[in-house]
Design a protein around this ligand. Structure first.
Ligand code: NAP
Length: 311
C-alpha cells in the first residue's frame, strides 16, 4: 500500500516507518520542517511537506494514498498549557481525512490515548471514555480528543475502514521523551523519586516497537470501526516505577500528597494520579498482535533511561 503517515518523524512514527517499509509498503510522511523531511528521506520514506493546519494539502495527500495513519499531535502546544488548541487542530485534520476517504473502503488508523478510560478497573476495547457525572477531565481538551476518536470510528458507516489505536500513557523504549522521561527529569530536579498517595494506581504500558507493529496490523487487518489497545503491561503501579527510578538515580523514593502533587509534578500530576489499567485481549485476538519487547520495569532496568540527556 501507498500509506500517508502524519507524525512519521515522531517517537512512534519513526518506528512505524521501518515497520511499514519492511512489510513492503510505501510510506509518504508529512514533514513540517527540513529536519523532519531529511529524517524521513533517510528512513526510506517519501516526503509530503506541510503542517496539520494545511487542510487542502492533507486532503490531497490522503486522496492520493491507499491508506492513512494519523499520529501527528502538537504536543509542544498541548503541554505548554494549550491542549485544547492542539486537540482542535487534531479534530480538523481527522475530519479532513474522513472527507477525503469517504466511500473508498481504505484504511484510516488514528492514535489516541487510554488514560482515564475506566478508572479503578481494567478497561477493555469495548469501554468508552465516559468518566461519569462530576468526573474531572485529566486535562482540558481531553474530551475533544475522545470525541475525535468517536468521529473517526463513525466513518466506518460511510465507507472508511477506520480504526483507533488507544495507546498506553507510556510508549517506552530507547530515546523516549514522553511521560516516563519527564518523571525521571522531575526526580533529578527535586532530588526525590515521587509517587502520589500510596502509589498503588496503575498505568498500562507498551514498548515502542510493539506499538509500531500494532499500527501496521491495524492498517492491514482491523475491521472498519475497530478500537484497538496498545497495551503490553495491563497496569504497572506508579510506586513500582518510582522505585526503579529511585534505585537508578540513587534518590529516596517518597510519597507526595494529592494536595502537593501539582506543585511537585506540574502538568504531569493529573496523569500521574490516574488509575487506568487496561487489557488488550480483544486486540490480540482481532489482529493477531503479540507484544515481544521488554515490559516497562524491565526496560527501565536496562538503564538507558538514566544515561541519556534529559528531554
Ligand atoms: N508517546 C506516548 O507515550 C503516547 C501515549 C499515548 C498517545 N500518544 C499519541 O500517539 C501519537 C504519536 O505520539 P508520539 O509520542 O510519536 O509524538 P511525538 O514524538 O511528539 O511526535 C509528534 C509528531 O507530530 C508531528 N507534528 C506535530 N505538530 C505538527 C504540525 N503542526 N504539523 C505537522 N506535523 C506535526 C511532529 O513533527 P516534527 O518531527 O516536525 O516535530 C512529529 O512527527 C500522538 O497522537 C500522541 O498523542 C502517544
Amino acid at each position: 500500500m501507498r500509506v500517508f503517515v502524519t507524525g512519521a518523524s515522531g517517537w512512534i512514527g519513526s518506528a512505524i516507518v521501518p515497520e511499514l517499509i519492511g512489510a513492503g509498503h510505501q510510506v509518504i510522511g508529512l514533514a513540517r520542517s527540513d529536519a523532519s523531511a531529511a529524517a524521513l528521506t533517510a528512513a526510506g520514506a517519501k516526503v509530503h511537506r506541510g503542517t496539520l493546519d494545511d487542510l487542502d494539502s492533507l486532503r490531497s495527500a490522503a486522496s492520493a494514498s491507499d491508506g492513512v495513519i494519523h499520529l501527528a499531535f502538537e504536543h509542544d502546544l498541548a503541554f505548554s498549557g494549550h491542549f485544547q488548541r492542539a486537540a482542535d487542530a487534531d479534530r480538523r485534520a481527522v475530519e479532513t481525512f474522513g472527507e477525503a476517504l469517504v466511500g473508498s473502503d481504505r484504511p484510516f488508523v488514528i492514535a489516541s490515548g487510554i488514560l482515564g478510560l475506566a478508572p479503578g478497573r481494567v478497561g477493555t476495547e469495548g469501554d468508552e471514555h465516559d468518566r461519569g457525572p462530576g468526573a474531572a477531565p485529566l486535562i482540558g481538551g481531553a474530551q475533544t480528543r475522545i470525541a475525535t476518536a468517536r468521529m473517526a470510528l463513525s466513518l466506518a458507516s460511510r465507507g472508511v475502514s477506520s480504526s483507533v489505536v488507544r495507546l498506553s500513557p507510556t510508549v517506552h523504549g530507547k530515546g523516549d521523551h514522553g511521560f516516563v522521561a519527564t518523571l525521571i527529569d522531575i526526580a533529578r530536579d527535586k532530588g526525590v523519586s515521587g509517587y502520589i498517595g500510596d502509589g498503588a494506581n496503575r498505568w498500562p504500558a507498551v514498548h515502542r516497537i510493539d506499538a509500531a507493529h500494532l499500527f501496521r496490523l491495524a492498517l492491514e487487518k482491523a475491521p472498519a470501526g475497530s478500537t484497538l489497545h496498545g497495551v503490553a503491561n495491563e497496569g504497572v503501579p506508579i510506586r513500582d516505577i518510582a522505585e526503579v527510578i529511585g534505585r537508578h538515580l540513587d534518590l529516596p523514593v517518597v510519597t507526595i500528597s494529592p494536595q502537593d502533587a501539582g506543585g511537585h509534578f506540574g502538568w504531569l500530576a493529573g496523569f500521574l494520579a490516574a488509575d487506568s489499567p487496561a487489557s488488550s485481549a480483544l486486540t490480540r485476538e482481532l489482529v493477531g498482535w503479540q507484544p515481544r519487547h521488554p515490559g516497562l520495569i524491565d526496560d527501565l532496568d536496562q538503564g538507558h533511561y538514566f544515561h541519556q540527556e534529559s528531554a
